[in-house]
Design a protein around this ligand. Structure first.
Ligand SMILES: NC(=O)C1=CN([C@@H]2O[C@H](COP(=O)(O)OP(=O)(O)OC[C@H]3O[C@@H](n4cnc5c(N)ncnc54)[C@H](OP(=O)(O)O)[C@@H]3O)[C@@H](O)[C@H]2O)C=CC1
Ligand SMILES: Nc1nc(O)c(N)c(N[C@@H]2O[C@H](COP(=O)(O)O)[C@@H](O)[C@H]2O)n1
Length: 281
């Protein structure tokens, strides 16, 4: 536990503890060895409007997060799964997309012994078109058993016609879709984050899947920390990869996303890499 907190604490939401880099391997590039800046220093959407956002996932050495679309794939070993539970405990909410919720049927709770329901993170599923069968889900089951908070489902829709629906084991939240896109079901991320903040969520750990992480890696102004578990294995072609959209400036390819102030450490056979998003020049 001490090793996890030594590595992760500087990258966690402000309330979680002192924000200093400690005895971990550090890189030699920009900002290495410097304490990360205070939360929400550089963004366009202010701290008052959105929660602290941590992107976190487990990747293979070929940048994949699952063997094929919709196949739950274990990459983290027991030691790094423990890191995930530590991170869950330090966030108010955990968010995933419906593309993960359907195949994985996840629990999204912190499974440390004697964690009170009040300390559990709120599971949130972005499901614009109501594809997830929440009634039969593990999330709803755990909520009924008091082993997790009732999940929130984010749907695309006009709030005027569709009031928030509260049910025992879950809650539906409707957010207007993004009028600037061609798809009627895409919700702008600042709106999703603002809705969470307005409901009292001060920190959210975004666990996946590929679509959501890849999209948010292109929005560094909305992301405070990135924590990636790297498992010593290659999943091979045909897997689901994390790959932000290509960036082209003046007809030249540029890197799409880069971390700064990185720190890493080994847990079992895996490495855990932490960093902050570098804003585009
Ligand atoms: N190794 C790891 O750490 C993890 C691995 N995974 C794996 O990733 C895979 C799933 O990835 P993927 O299929 O990309 O699914 P995602 O979980 O990223 O969900 C994508 C879906 O979420 C909805 N969505 C995403 N962004 C928005 C938005 N801005 N507005 C509205 N709706 C949105 C869309 O639903 P719709 O299509 O209905 O419009 C979209 O198709 C699975 O195999 C899972 O096991 C997942 C998490 C972690
Ligand atoms: N940290 C981590 N390592 C892996 O190997 C994974 N496959 C995932 N997946 C994410 O964790 C969710 C499952 O959580 P529960 O164990 O059911 O609570 C899954 O839905 C992904 O978001 N994570």
């Amino acid at each position: 536990m001490a090793e996890v907190s030594e590595l992760a604490e500087p990258y966690l939401p402000p309330a979680s503890g002192p924000r200093e880099l400690q005895h971990v391997c550090k890189d030699d590039s920009e900002g290495a060895g410097q304490p990360p800046p205070p939360a929400h220093q550089d963004e366009s959407q202010s701290a008052q409007e959105r929660p602290f956002v941590t992107l976190t996932y487990a990747s293979s050495l070929d940048g994949m997060i699952s063997l094929s679309p919709g196949l739950r794939t274990t990459l983290s070993g027991p030691e790094t799964k423990n890191v995930t539970h530590y991170l869950r405990l330090h966030h108010d909410a955990i968010l995933i997309g419906v593309g993960t919720a359907i195949p994985d049927d996840p629990s999204l709770n912190c499974r440390y012994p004697s964690v009170s329901l009040d300390s559990q993170p709120r599971p949130v599923v972005v499901d614009p078109r109501k594809r997830f069968d929440v009634h039969g889900s593990k999330l709803a089951q755990l909520a009924v058993q008091g082993m997790g908070k009732a999940p929130w489902l984010i749907h695309a829709g006009d709030r005027k016609g569709l009031d928030e629906t509260k049910e025992l084991a879950f809650e539906r939240i409707y957010i207007d879709s993004d009028r600037d896109t061609t798809s009627p079901s895409v919700i702008a991320w600042p709106l999703i984050l603002r809705a969470l903040k307005q409901k009292g969520v001060d920190s959210v750990m975004i666990e996946g899947g590929a679509t959501i992480i890849s999209t948010l890696l292109c929005m560094p102004e909305l992301v405070d920390s990135v924590i990636v578990t790297i498992a010593p294995t290659w999943l091979g072609q045909g897997g689901v990869s994390i790959a932000p959209a290509a960036t082209v400036v003046d007809r030249e390819r540029r890197n799409s996303a880069t971390l700064k102030q990185t720190a890493w450490r080994q847990f079992g056979a895996d490495a855990v890499l932490c960093g902050r998003m570098r804003l585009a020049d």
